[in-house]
Write a protein that binds this ligand. Sequence first.
Ligand code: AVI
Length: 315
Amino acid sequence: PRIQYHDLHPTPADFAAEVLAGLRQKPRCIPPKFFYDAEGSHLFDAITRLPEYYPTRTEMGILQTYAPEIAARVGTGALLVEPGGATPAKARLLFDGLQPCAYVPMDISRDHLWVAAEQVAAEYPWLEVHAACTDFTRLLELPPNTPTGVRVAFFPGSSIGNFTPDDAVAFLTTVAELVGPGGYLLIGVDLKKDPERLEAAYDDADGVTAAFNLNLLRRINRELGADFDLQAWRHQVRYNAEHGRVEMHLASVRPQAVQLAGERFEFDAGETIHTENSYKYRVDEFQALACRAGFRPDAVWLDPDALFSVQLLAV
Ligand code: AVI
């Protein structure tokens, strides 16, 4: 298999420092990137298969249906770059139609990235794979010897929804620079819809998303030696219409104190730790945001129920 590995040795996030900083704030918050330890990644995988969590299967359906149209617009022989490409199940749907000159998955998680690169290379023997272990801040450094072609960035999963709109613009600006004039971004964006449907997607009947959220406290206890009582916290989901986002919180069921790294944190009954935002857009809202980053809308594909969008943006 034709694989090249490129390790930029990304600096791991400082879990302790970021958790302490977030808990010292009011309202309290912890960044969602810390959900994904081994158990959290496993739970997220289970979330993507839940009946209530429509985004994954809906997006895959759109990609499958419209792969030939996508290929017709961007052309064959492009360089396909996937920031966060350690789970290439979705990119796979594009390879046959796009016939990219190379696939460049980029991810901070070295082990997942290496495994994914090997699987892709084994499955698509004609495809050159250049796996780059790096964080989002260094997207512009492509691995050496990467073939040239029209650059297409692929950012599925509505991961863009976990950025604030301003951070999304900053990230998309870097992506626009990465693909350059003549390049494209193919991005999955979850759409605004009935709040009940949105809240159910983040508060499933089997409690998988609740376990995913609460696993963060388990991880803090295990890795940072805190003493969160897991029975005293509840998963809480609300659609914030003003900001157009689903919020996940962990709510304290009673007044309590938690010890972490020699510091004592007191929580009132009902007080929450805000753990995630998942922004939802109308198609025109997202296009306006992408325009601020230097893109122009090229095409949009939706599922029949208009739950989710796959958008092609050009530089
Ligand atoms: C990864 N990200 C796009 C998911 C989302 O829908 O915002 C994370 C997630 N959180 C709870 N369920 C799924």
